[in-house]
Design a protein around this ligand. Sequence first.
Ligand SMILES: [Mg+2]
Length: 348
Amino acid sequence: MKKNTSHFRGCLLGGAIGDALGFIVEFMDIEEIKRTFGTEGINDLICDETSGKAVVSDDTQMTVFTADGLLWADYSGREGDTCSITDCVFYSYQRWFYTQTGRFADQEYDWLINNEGVDYKSELMKVEELMIRRGPGNTCLSALSKSVNKQYGTIDDPINNSKGCGGIMRSAPVGLYFHKSADKAFQMAAQCAAITHGHPSGYLSAGALACIISEIIDGKDINQAALHAASILKTYDQHEECLDILQRAITLSTKDVEPDDAVTSLGEGWVGEEALAIAVYCALKYEDDFEKAVRMAVNHSGDSDSTGAICGNILGAYHGLEGIPEKWIKNVELADLLSELADRLLVV
Ligand SMILES: [Mg+2]
């Protein structure tokens, strides 16, 4: 059992570190990465001159809003309110949408700015680092801009046909929250991803990640956790694409294949199932070495910040803070906020 401060914080901080490392090279192909950083690629966080911190991207920003939405739902449940988990996460994503655009999809949501009329007082709208645009995903922006009158995307009534990795890259907190039930973690993360991503591979990949995090916190190793995610995946409609690539990633990690070639064979990670597969492959390949794994997860031609973030979530949950280089924990942006959210998810 890894239900403790170190592993909860490790999951969210590990994700932020992978995100920050990958954000620098998100739009570079591998040749450009090597030209810029040498043949090993980017291997250390680069701190911003003004803030002194390695900045995170939309992946971590949205992860923060997922965590806050879950905590809000938990609080509401205890207070006897009827706010469902997906409602609270949806409203939290509207807050994220506001930070990126200066507006909500619907004027009816204006109360979200200052918590008017709600007992759960979110502090996120006061956090400066969350107000900055860090490559927000178009699918998330567009889906949330359309969600008027609380009509957001669901699995049964998809808002679009997108399977971009914007659903999975923000899902780790769901696995922490539902650490007692991998099934529930899977189901709820898929539903929360479907708020913005309507293609099965867009939301099922999110379910799989939350399931893996939940299983790791429950004491399983990464391989067991990934196999369990695959077994739950099979029970959902239209799981074939996501299951196939997840199984390939698990198998590849046991083979004597050059890691660069293995990652390339899994795609570029712009879509959910590829991001899941690349992150799982890297986490399994370098299970005992957080640094090596996240470096592998970001040094490729694809969506480096998302694959880095997801790999960092998995290995951070697995090893806890002890497995993450101290200087990275010290240098990554939003570390205090992520630690606080992790601690609150731990005690609910
Ligand atoms: Mg990003």
